[in-house]
Design a protein around this ligand. Structure first.
Ligand code: SF4
Length: 879
C-alpha cells in the first residue's frame, strides 16, 4: 500500500515541504507541491534526504561514561548531577546549549526548565552563530524580532538586493524562486553585494564586490544619497519613525562610500539610483551580514534605508533576514536565546512577572544568561560545572573551537543529547542520551518567513532513542517539577506555547499564535503551514507585518539607529595579512553529521579547501596542500585558486569536523570576537596567514569497509557509493608500504596486488576477494594520483576484469570513462562529462545539457555551475 506523509526539510531556513511516499518498505522523497515555501521544489540537500536515514553510527541507548544504561538510570543521573551543582554553586553554575535543529516543542520545554524552574537564563543556542544580529537589529528597529515580509515578496519585487548571502548554495530554493520570477518579469533587477564572486552572482545584474566588512559604509552612503537626492519618504518618516536626524548625521562622512567600499563611484551611484527609484525593493541578508563583530549595526544600516523610503512590510518590498537553520525562528519564538524570555518577552520586570505567573514558576531567571561564546568561556573557567548540549556540535562550530574542546574536557558534568554516537562533541560526554533523528521526530518548525510547518514522523523509533521534549520533561519531573512538566505528547507542549503567546498580549507583541492554543491532537497533526501571527481573530495567519506603518514599540513607531563607521575588531597585519571568511558549500550541512552520510552529496566537494585569489598564492599551486594559521589555531587544507575571490581574502567552508577531516576544522582558526549587541561571533573576518605544506608523501585509500587511519598528518574521510575514500598525506613514511597496506584491515585471506617503485616513492596496491575489489591504495611523492571517481566505480562491479587489475597497478584508467568531480549530485554527472559535451557536442545551454545528460533537471542546484562551465568552455554562450 502507498502512503504519503507531508513533512518539512531538516536543513536550511527556507523550510521546504517534503512529501515522503512509502511503498512496500521503501520511501521516496519529493518536494511538497502544496507547501507555500517551495511549491514542489527541492535543492540537492533536500532531494538527498533519504540517503541520511540509515542507523549507521546511531546512538541507540543511553550511556554513562561509555557504559550502556537504561533510561531510568540516565535520567536520574542527569537530574541528580544538575541538582547537586545547583545546590552547591547556585543555578548559574549550570547551562543548556541548544540548537536550531530542535523542534519548537523541544526548545520550549528546555527553555521553560532553565528559565522558569532552575532559575538561570544560561540557555543559549547555536542560532546565536547564525542570526542573532538580525534578532538584535529587528528589536532595535521594530521593537520586536519580526521579519515583516515573505517569500512572495521576492517574486513581486522589481529590485532584489542580496547582501552577504550566497543564496544559490545556502538557500537554493529561494534562488530558484528568484530565477523563475525573473523569467516572468524581465524588469526584475538583482544586485549581489558580496566581497566574493559566488554562485549567486549567476543571477546578478550588478555585483558589488565590496571590501570585507564595509557593509555599513555602503548603506550609510545609501541613506545619505537618498537624502541628498530628495528620495526620502518624508511623510512616512514623520508619521511612523523616530531618530532619523541622528541616523542621517551618523551616515554622513568625509570619506566617500565608494572609497570605503572599494567600489568605483559610478557603479555605486548606479546602485544607489536604482534603489532610490525602485519602490518594490527587497533587501535580503544573511550570514555575511550577521556573522560580524558589528553585525547588528549592519542589519540596522539596511533597515534604516527601508524605513527612510517607507518600504517595510509592503507587497514586494522590505528588509528580509533569511535564517540559516530549519528552526532558528522557532527557537526565537520560545526564547531559546539567553537574552530573551519565551513568547518574545524580555528580561524586564513586567515580562518576568507575566511569564512567571503563566508558568506558575517560583524561580524565574531575573537577568539574561550567557551567550554562546561567553557561555563556553565560563565552562572553560570553571564557572559552569554542568552543561547539557542538545543536537549540536559546538567543538566544531564555535569559534576558537579548540578552547571549546578544552572547556568540555574540564567541565565536571557534560550531558549530550545526540543522534550520532561519534560526533566530535559526543566524545566529551559523561552522559550520552539517544535522541530522535529527522525522520522520527514529530512537532513543528518555523521558517524564515514566519511560517509554522509540521515535521511528521515517517519511521519507527529506533532502539531506545526518544524525542528531546520527552527527555527534558523526564529530567524536569525527576528534579521535582512534575506539575509544571506533565507533557505526554508534542501537541500538549505546542498548545501551552501557543497559549503563552496570547497571554496578557494586548497587541503589544506581534508574536501571537493563540488561535492555535486549543488544537486537538488530530488538528495539530493535520496543521497546514501558516504564518504567524495567528491571533484569535486571524486564524489563517498573517502574510505581512508593519505594512500600515505601526510597529510593536511602545509608541508604535519604528526606530532609526545611528550607525557609526566602524572597522572590524581584528584587522590584518604583517604577520596575519589575509582575511579569513568562512561559509557553507552547496551540498553539505553544518558539521556533516547527516550530509556526510550521503555519497552523492559528498561527491560534489569531497575535501575541505581554502579558496584564494591567485595573487595571494605565492609559491602555492592549485590542488596543493597549505597550512592556514591564525592567532587561535591552524588547519591543513587543499588550495583552490579562483579569481572570483577578492585579493587579500581566503574563503574556507565551515563543515569539516575531526570525524571527517583530522586537520580541517576551520573554526579552530576563527577568532572568538563577538558583536556587542547580539553576541554573534565574527566568523567572516579573522586575520590569517598561509604557507605551503610539503608532506613527504601523498596518497589515498578506497575501501569497502570504514578504516581507522591514524598515521597520516592529513586525513579526510569521504563517503563513496559502496566504499569509503581516505585522502592522506604524511610527514614520515612507514618502513614498508606493503606492510602498511596490509595493516589497514583486519580481514585476512585477500589476494594482494602490489607495485612499488622505491626510488620514485610510488606504491600501489589492490586487495581482491571473491573477484571483487575490497581495497586499493595509491601513494606518490606528489598529489598527482589516479582519478578517484574511476576507482570508486570498480567497487560497484561484481568482478574485476584482467584489464582492470592491470590498470589498478598501472594507476591509469582502463577506459576513458572518468566522469571527473561530480557537478550534478542528483544524476552524478561529472565535470569531464560536462566539459566534453559542451566542447565536442556544442551543448551551450543548460537546457541542452539537461536534455542530453539530465544534469540540472532535478533539483537545479547545479545550474549556476553549469552556466559557469558553458561560459568557461564556450565564452559568451551560457544561457
Ligand atoms: Fe531543504 Fe534545500 Fe529547501 Fe533549504 S532550500 S529547506 S536545504 S530543500
Amino acid at each position: 500500500m502507498t502512503t504519503s506523509i507531508r513533512t518539512t526539510c531538516p536543513y536550511c531556513g527556507v523550510g521546504c515541504g517534503i512529501t515522503a511516499t512509502q511503498d512496500h518498505g521503501s520511501i521516496q522523497f519529493s518536494g511538497d507541491k502544496q507547501h507555500p515555501a517551495n511549491f514542489g521544489r527541492l535543492c540537492s540537500k533536500g532531494a538527498a534526504v533519504g540517503d541520511t536515514l540509515s542507523l549507521e553510527n546511531r546512538l541507540l541507548y543511553p550511556q554513562i561514561q561509555g557504559r550502556q544504561v537504561d533510561w531510568d538510570q540516565a535520567l536520574a543521573a542527569v537530574a541528580d548531577g544538575f541538582q547537586q551543582v545547583i545546590a552547591e554553586y547556585g543555578p548559574d553554575a549550570v547551562a543548556f546549549y541548544l540548537s536550531g535543529q530542535l523542534l519548537t516543542e523541544d526548545y520550549y520545554v528546555a527553555n521553560k526548565l532553565m528559565k522558569g524552574f532552575i532559575g538561570s537564563a544560561n540557555v543559549d543556542t547555536n542560532s546565536r552563530l547564525c542570526m542573532s544580529s538580525s534578532v538584535a537589529g529587528h528589536k532595535r528597529a521594530f521593537g520586536e524580532d519580526v521579519v515583516p515580509g515573505n517569500y512572495e515578496d521576492l517574486e513581486q519585487a522589481d529590485l532584489i538586493v542580496l547582501v552577504g548571502s550566497n543564496l544559490a548554495w545556502c538557500h537554493p530554493v529561494l534562488y530558484q524562486r528568484i530565477r523563475a520570477a525573473r523569467e516572468s518579469n524581465p524588469q526584475l533587477q538583482v544586485v549581489v553585494v558580496d566581497p566574493r564572486r559566488t554562485a549567486t552572482c549567476d543571477l546578478a545584474d550588478m555585483h558589488l564586490a565590496i571590501k570585507p566588512g564595509s557593509d555599513t559604509a555602503l548603506f550609510n552612503g545609501l541613506l545619505n544619497y537618498l537624502h541628498q537626492h530628495d528620495q526620502l519618504d518624508t511623510s512616512y518618516i514623520a508619521a511612523h519613525t523616530n531618530g532619523f536626524d541622528k541616523a542621517l548625521a551618523s551616515a554622513q562622512s568625509d570619506i566617500p562610500p565608494a572609497a570605503r567600499c572599494g567600489v568605483a563611484s559610478a557603479v555605486l551611484e548606479q546602485f544607489y539610483a536604482q534603489f532610490a527609484k525602485t519602490e518594490k525593493t527587497v533587501t535580503v541578508y544573511s550570514q555575511g551580514v550577521n556573522q560580524s563583530s558589528y553585525g547588528t549595526d549592519k542589519v540596522n544600516a539596511i533597515i534604516n534605508c527601508h524605513l527612510a523610503t517607507g518600504r517595510v512590510g509592503k507587497l514586494g518590498s522590505g528588509p528580509f533576514s533569511v535564517t540559516g537553520q530549519p528552526n532558528a525562528m522557532g527557537g526565537r519564538e520560545v526564547g531559546g536565546l539567553a537574552n530573551t524570555l519565551a513568547a518574545h518577552r524580555d528580561f524586564d520586570a513586567a515580562d518576568i512577572d507575566s511569564v512567571g505567573r503563566f508558568w506558575q514558576a517560583e524561580r524565574m531567571a531575573s537577568t539574561p544568561g550567557l551567550k554562546a561564546v561567553d557561555l563556553f568561556q565560563a565552562v572553560g573557567e570553571g564557572r559552569i560545572k554542568a552543561l547539557w548540549i542538545m543536537a549540536t556540535n559546538p567543538v566544531v562550530s564555535l569559534p576558537d573551537a579548540d578552547s571549546v574542546r578544552a572547556a568540555l574536557k574540564r567541565c565536571p558534568l557534560v550531558v549530550v543529547s545526540e543522534v550520532n554516537a561519534n560526533t566530535d562533541t559526543a566524545a566529551y560526554a559523561d552522559i550520552l542520551l539517544p535522541a530522535l533523528a529527522w525522520g522520527e521526530k514529530d512537532g513543528t518548525v518555523t521558517n524564515s518567513e514566519r511560517r509554522i510547518s509540521r515535521q511528521r514522523a515517517l519511521l519507527p523509533l529506533p532502539g531506545e532513542a526518544r524525542s528531546d521534549w520527552w527527555i527534558v520533561t523526564q529530567v524536569a519531573q525527576r528534579m521535582g517539577f512534575e506539575q509544571a512538566f506533565p507533557y505526554e505528547s508534542p501537541d500538549a507542549v505546542f498548545r501551552e506555547h501557543a497559549a503563552l503567546s496570547g497571554f496578557e498580549n494586548d497587541g503589544a507583541r506581534a508574536f501571537d499564535i493563540s488561535s492555535l492554543a486549543n488544537l486537538s491532537p488530530a488538528e495539530y497533526d493535520a496543521l497546514e503551514p501558516l504564518q504567524w501571527p495567528v491571533p484569535a481573530n486571524q486564524p489563517n495567519g498573517t502574510t505581512r507585518l508593519f505594512g500600515d506603518g505601526f510597529y510593536t514599540t511602545t509608541d508604535r513607531r519604528a526606530r532609526f539607529i545611528a550607525i557609526d563607521q566602524r572597522q572590524p575588531v581584528n584587522a590584518p597585519d604583517a604577520e596575519f595579512p589575509l582575511i579569513l571568511n568562512t561559509g557553507r558549500i552547496r551540498d553539505q550541512w553544518h558539521t556533516m553529521t547527516r550530509t556526510g552520510k550521503s555519497a552523492r552529496l559528498s561527491a560534489h566537494t569531497p575535501e575541505p579547501y581554502a579558496e584564494l585569489h591567485p595573487v595571494d598564492a605565492v609559491g602555492i599551486d592549485d590542488g596543493k596542500l597549505i597550512k592556514l594559521k591564525s592567532r587561535w589555531g591552524q588547519v591543513l587544507l587543499r588550495a583552490r585558486l579562483n579569481d572570483g575571490q577578492q585579493p587579500g581574502s581566503v574563503f574556507v567552508p565551515m563543515h569539516w569536523s575531526q570525524e571527517y577531516a583530522a586537520t580541517g576544522c576551520i573554526d579552530a582558526v576563527v577568532n572568538p570576537v563577538t558583536d556587542p549587541f547580539s553576541g554573534q561571533p565574527e566568523s567572516k573576518h579573522t586575520p590569517v596567514c598561509i604557507m605551503p605544506y610539503r608532506p613527504v608523501w601523498y596518497g589515498f585509500v578506497l575501501s569497502r569497509e570504514p578504516l581507522n587511519l591514524s598515521n597520516s598528518t592529513y586525513r579526510v574521510s569521504v563517503r563513496g557509493d559502496g566504499y569509503w575514500r581516505y585522502e592522506l598525506a604524511g610527514e614520515t613514511q612507514p618502513a614498508d608500504w606493503g606492510d602498511w597496506a596490509r595493516s589497514l584491515s583486519q580481514v585476512s585471506g585477500w589476494q594482494w596486488l602490489d607495485y612499488a617503485d622505491h626510488a620514485a616513492g610510488r606504491y600501489r596496491a589492490a586487495a581482491i576477494a571473491q573477484e571483487r575489489l575490497q581495497l586499493c591504495a595509491f601513494i606518490a611523492p606528489q598529489p598527482l594520483l589516479p582519478p578517484r571517481e574511476w576507482l570508486g566505480g570498480l567497487f560497484g562491479q561484481a568482478t574485476l576484469e584482467e584489464t582492470e587489475r592491470l590498470a589498478l597497478l598501472a594507476g591509469r584508467a582502463a577506459t576513458q570513462n572518468d566522469a571527473g568531480p561530480i557537478v550534478c549530485s542528483c544524476f552524478q554527472v561529472g565535470l569531464n562529462t560536462l566539459t566534453g559535451a559542451i566542447r565536442e557536442q556544442g551543448l551551450v545551454t543548460t537546457k541542452a545539457l539537461g536534455e542530453t545528460l539530465r544534469a540540472g533537471t532535478n533539483c537545479g542546484s547545479c545550474l549556476p555551475e553549469l552556466r559557469g562551465l558553458i561560459a568557461q568552455c564556450q565564452p559568451g554562450q551560457a544561457a
